[in-house]
Design a protein around this ligand. Structure first.
Ligand code: MRU
Length: 354
């Protein structure tokens, strides 16, 4: 099956173990692992995109909290609880858009707050570690389920365009949108896969193209600016992308450039699918305008790798994400089912299912 190493794994036990991340900033040329033994190691890894992709940063943050609480296992239980809330608050500031990050941290805190007051700190810590592992295990199951639903949307011979990276690197093992493509190939379908390079950080060129080739799936890489013209040529029958946060009405934040792809898909009558687990929905936000959009550094745009390509002093606009309106999304594939049409009512109905 996959020759892509696990994007993240816990090594050892709760008390003395650590989080091992595959450093995605070094791919595709080097496969290097980062051993995170302190909360700040995880925080910085999330910020600089060594670990990235909404589900992956949720899992990394959960394990980051576990790492950060290791020195507090011998503290008084109440002090341990207070520390957990403080560290989680800090971790939540590492990246603002993907809701999976705060979702995972909140899940750990909710568990902690519900545990009996008489439990000692080391026992509380052990339970948090088990919960972080459950999040990872469930993510893998959700990815497999989404892949089943998503693959059904792709007939043999379909030309599929994807943007950013939504594979095993961005989630556990299989991925979201890319997982549907992997599954379709496992079913013997021959798709034509087109990969947007995804400027400025090239998640498509560096990561998605690499994952596909690691699985011996042929892929065609294109500049983001070529996507609309590719659709015009009639070679794309479906667009499949992931998501970082989906508001209650279905407006969806994803990697910058997704909005333009959706716009072109609409003009050319190409179905546009979002693939995301229930942990990516934020029903507390009514619509996409309320989703916080991460702004990243100017250097990501003024430089290409280490080469400085823009004149000194130029102003830069570098949002990491954009928001695609629900009305342009043909369907959202989630582990609970395919949400179609994308409306507040249908989203609430599908997410309520067990
Ligand atoms: O900035 P990134 O690389 O973390 O952005 C990732 C994306 O936009 C992905 O499409 C999204 O997180 C879905 S990953 C399964």
């Amino acid at each position: 099956m996959s020759s892509v190493p696990a994007t993240l794994e816990w090594v050892g036990d709760a008390a003395t173990g650590h989080l091992r991340l595959l450093d995605q900033t070094r791919l595709p040329h080097q496969v290097v692992f980062l051993d995170c033994r302190r909360l700040d190691d995880v925080y910085q890894a999330i910020r600089r995109l060594s670990v990235r992709g909404a589900p992956a940063i949720g899992m990394a943050a959960a394990y980051g909290l576990v790492v950060g609480l290791q020195p507090h296992r011998t503290a008084e239980a109440e002090a341990f609880r207070r520390q957990a809330h403080l560290l989680a608050q800090h971790l939540a500031t590492s990246r603002p858009t993907a809701v999976n990050l705060t979702w995972a941290l909140q899940r750990l805190l909710t568990l902690l707050d519900g545990l009996p007051r008489e439990l000692p700190a080391d026992e509380l810590h052990q339970r948090l570690w088990e919960e972080a592992r459950s999040i990872q295990h469930e993510d893998e199951q959700m990815c497999r389920q989404m892949a089943e639903f998503g693959a059904e949307l792709l007939a043999d011979g379909t030309g599929v365009l994807t943007h950013c990276n939504t594979g095993a690197l961005a989630a556990s093992r299989y991925g979201t949108a890319l997982g549907c493509i992997f599954r379709a190939f496992e079913q013997g379908k021959r798709l034509r896969v087109f990969v947007d390079e995804t400027r400025p950080l090239l998640q498509g060129a560096r990561l998605t193209a690499w994952e596909l080739l690691q699985r011996s799936i042929p892929a065609t890489l294109l500049c983001d600016s070529a996507a609309a013209w590719l659709m015009r040529s009639g070679q794309v029958q479906a667009v499949l992308v992931g998501a970082d946060r989906i508001a209650a009405n279905g407006d969806t934040a994803n990697k910058i450039g997704t909005y333009a792809v959706a716009l072109a898909a609409r003009e050319h009558g190409v179905p546009f699918y979002m693939v995301a687990p229930s942990s990516t929905f934020d029903l507390s936000l009514a619509a996409g305008e309320q989703i916080p959009i991460e702004q990243r550094s100017a250097e990501e745009v003024t430089h290409f790798g280490s080469a400085h390509v823009a004149p000194e002093g130029v102003e830069v606009f570098n949002p990491a994400f954009d928001v695609t309106p629900a009305r342009w999304i043909t369907a959202i594939v989630c582990e609970k089912g395919v949400i179609r049409p994308v409306t507040t009512e249908r989203i609430a109905q599908v997410l309520r299912q067990r």
